[in-house]
Design a protein around this ligand. Structure first.
Ligand code: FAD
Length: 498
């Protein structure tokens, strides 16, 4: 070794993995001592921007803690560890630089949204004050930002299909990076630090609901196990396009989202595994469709780069300076799954109990909130931010804007019909029966519209509207077309009663 030993701090944020990790990869060949660092930033545990829900709810916090523990164990097996601190990354990094006196570089992956960019700005200031080099990388997407056929990013198309076609024909996915078996050691004198508990961060361990579609734990190890299962052990990936709109269970979709959100799995690794699967087993519309969906994820990240802060503040027709009391009451019904519209309620209750909701469910409850209840889309976005185990700032806000009709949706005023959707995707009502047990006595598709049943049918099912289950807080005229359309239809009180 010539000259002074070089020490690199690798600040890990939403990249909690060792495979395809450019920050760790770079440090491995550019430093003698490497400090992989994770900070529990107190700002992540404050209230959401407009409506003040806890920013990180119990399901995601548990998943995060598991991911941090898993990364520490994996790094330990490679001769390193994960240094953990509670504090703002800017302050923690400053303290480490001062303590060690000889840090040569601070490396991190770049993010796309305001709060994360503010952290990056703070880190740059700290480093410039101490004469420490900053090394940054872009790695959260399938396609690298610099490989996009739109430059500058302001030229990103506002329609997803235009983006997808241009990227698919004009860009390549970069190969994943290999990580050494043995990593560079920590700098001497650096304490590993304790991983906080749920309680330390203001949450209680959530009770695991036996109905959950998401029984897996956080971390790279579990993420890779899930991919192995979904692709290689079961071939589920080969029927993804047919099953992806499911509602019940673990296997109708990949469930990669929570791991992707924390960076426990690399999208480029998923891409390579798809290509391998296509070569060795089968290539069909389903294998392509996983990439199609991952491109949506990319798209919303690039939209965030293009529009900056505006993705949080764009106002819909329904946005008000201060919500009215009636709006807050309707919002309470929505978030508690007590709207009286069973398909909405089932989805909202699943979210609260497990931190997960299917993509089909999300599209419906978002449309219901904004288009049927006429509420501010940011209420829904912040509720999701609090509860989703796979909350990802760009995917969440991008999808909510899209659902509210003020984002990147070329179709004007796309409104979902709750009853049609319920019948199309939960024809016999089994999903509703799982999450809204007080309606279990209603047979078949009638469960979607309890208000349309006559009193004899309701009483036979043990349901009293307004007592055991709410009257619908709203109904839409277009629903009535579907009320007698389900597979089983008995005891109807007639159309358009409410
Ligand atoms: P799969 O169907 O298996 O899809 C594979 C992967 O593709 C997903 O893991 C995800 O990374 C990506 N993907 C799929 N659909 C979308 C989409 N519409 N937008 C962006 N990426 C997509 N996804 C999040 O990861 N975090 C969020 O905070 C989030 N909030 C949402 C809010 C609303 C209102 C809506 C309508 C959708 C939201 N989504 C979000 C997108 C989507 O619902 C989830 O990614 C998906 O349900 C996760 O399950 P899965 O991993 O099994 O997905």
């Amino acid at each position: 070794m010539s000259g002074a030993a070089r020490t690199a701090i690798c600040l890990l944020r939403c990249d909690l993995r060792t495979h395809d990790n450019q920050v760790l990869h770079w440090a491995q060949s550019n430093a003698d001592f490497v400090i992989p660092l994770y900070c529990f930033d107190p700002r992540h545990y404050l209230g959401t921007h407009c409506y003040g829900f806890p920013k990180t709810g119990p399901h995601r916090l548990r998943f995060l803690l598991e991911s941090v523990k898993d990364l520490r164990e994996t790094l330990k097996k490679k001769g390193s560890t994960l240094v953990v601190r509670k504090g703002k990354p800017e302050d923690v990094v400053r303290d480490l630089i001062t303590q060690l006196g000889s840090v040569s570089a601070v490396a991190f992956h770049e993010e796309a949204t305001q709060e994360e960019l503010d952290v990056e700005k703070g880190l740059c200031q700290v480093c410039s004050q101490h004469g420490v080099k900053i090394q940054t990388f872009w790695a959260s997407t399938l396609y690298h930002r610099d490989d996009l056929p739109f430059r500058p990013i302001a030229r990103l198309p506002d329609v997803y299909t235009h983006f997808r076609k241009a990227v698919e024909s004009g860009a390549k996915v970069r190969p994943t990076l290999c990580m050494a078996d043995q990593l560079k050691p920590l700098a001497p004198g650096v304490e590993e630090g304790c991983i906080p508990t749920m309680e330390d961060l203001g949450q209680k361990d959530p009770v695991t609901d036996p109905r959950t579609a998401f029984p897996c734990s956080g971390g790279e190890t579990q993420a890779l196990t899930r991919l192995q299962y979904y692709f290689w052990d079961t071939n589920l990936v080969a029927s993804y396009k047919e099953t992806r709109n499911g509602l019940v269970g673990m296997d109708y979709s990949t469930k990669f989202a929570p791991w992707l959100a924390l960076g426990c799995i690399s999208p480029r690794y998923i891409y390579e595994q798809i290509r391998k699967y296509e070569k060795e087993r089968t290539a069909n519309q389903s294998t392509y469709w996983v990439l199609f969906e991952l491109l949506w994820r990319d798209y919303f990240r690039f939209v965030a780069l293009k529009y900056g802060k505006r993705i949080f503040s764009l106002r819909g027709l329904q946005s008000k300076e201060v919500p009215w009391k009636k709006d807050l009451q309707l919002f309470d019904c929505w978030k508690e799954g007590k709207t009286g519209v069973p398909f909405v309620d089932a989805n909202m209750r699943e979210l609260a109990a497990t931190g997960f909701m299917s993509n089909r469910g999300r599209q419906n409850v978002a449309s219901f909130l904004t288009k049927d209840l006429g509420l501010d889309w940011r209420m829904g976005a912040e509720w999701f931010e609090y509860l989703l185990v796979d909350y990802d700032v760009c995917s969440n806000y991008g999808n909510w804007l899209y659902s509210a009709g003020i984002g990147n949706d070329p179709r004007d005023n796309r409104k979902f019909n709750m009853i049609k959707q319920g019948l199309d995707y939960d024809g016999n009502g089994d999903y509703i029966r799982l999450w809204v047990p007080e309606l279990q006595g209603i047979k078949g598709a009638d469960i979607h519209t309890p208000w349309a049943l006559n009193s004899a049918a309701l009483s036979q099912a043990g349901v009293t509207l307004g007592e055991t289950y709410p009257q619908p807080v709203v109904t839409a005229p277009e629903w009535s077309r579907h009320i007698n359309q389900g597979p089983v239809s008995t005891g109807k009180a007639g159309m358009g009663l409410v």
